[in-house]
Ligand binder design. Sequence first.
Ligand code: NAP
Length: 242
Amino acid sequence: MNAFSLAGRTALVTGANTGIGQAIAVALGRAGANVICAGRSSCAQTVGLIGNATELRLDFADPMAARDVFADRQIDILVNNAGIIRRADAVDFSESDWDEVLDVNLKAVFFTCQAFGKAAIARGGPAAIVNIASLLSFQGGIRVPSYTASKHGVAGITKLLANEWAAKGINVNAIAPGYIVTNNTDALRADPARNAAILDRIPAGRWGEADDIGEAAVFLASPAAKYIHGTVLNVDGGWLAR
Ligand code: NAP
């Protein structure tokens, strides 16, 4: 089991106060990592759940917010999880709903990877990045144009960074969660027709839990995934296989 241990490694998880980010932070801590829980809101609850963890305030309303985070300390694992979604018909979609989503979900992800990568390359690795993509990295979705564009972009830059950094000891991969029970999907679960339609097409027959993503993140961050580069791992109860 040692290949799956993160003992002695430090991980930074963005958006670690709730949902998938909180579950990833807890799972990485359980696997032995020291965890830096980053959020625009307090991550005190997550820090309390982990024990071996600290908190860092990062608000990606400024997509460059993480520019100096990796310069003065060694961080071995980066999980870019923070993300937002805006819903409106394409014909009505506003410029602000486009820009805000692209800034947090794509621009901040790239420049946080860049800051992390600079430090990790200077150190000579090993290091791992896990970006949180989406089913909408592959599918179009409905009424979420900026989200779909951002998540297609996340899949693209994950592959680009893997191409540039695989030989430098940095594993860059992503997870595409299926339909997971978090704040992000409250609106879908509150709509009985959408909820039933979604459940009906998930081969596993249930919504995903945030912890399902946490365990996958441990794998991609661990030495067990050392020859995995540029992949987007679907953790979706079989949705994309259907
Ligand atoms: P969530 O519960 O809404 O969590 C989103 C996280 O992102 C929160 O921690 C939030 O902080 C943080 N965040 C938002 N804007 C931020 C900003 N400007 N700066 C820093 N942090 C910010 O949703 P979730 O489902 O756990 O989403 C986590 C990731 O999974 C997102 O990238 C999402 O796109 C992706 N995802 C989710 C699903 C799903 O079914 N739930 C499916 C596919 C992909 P606050 O709490 O302070 O707002």
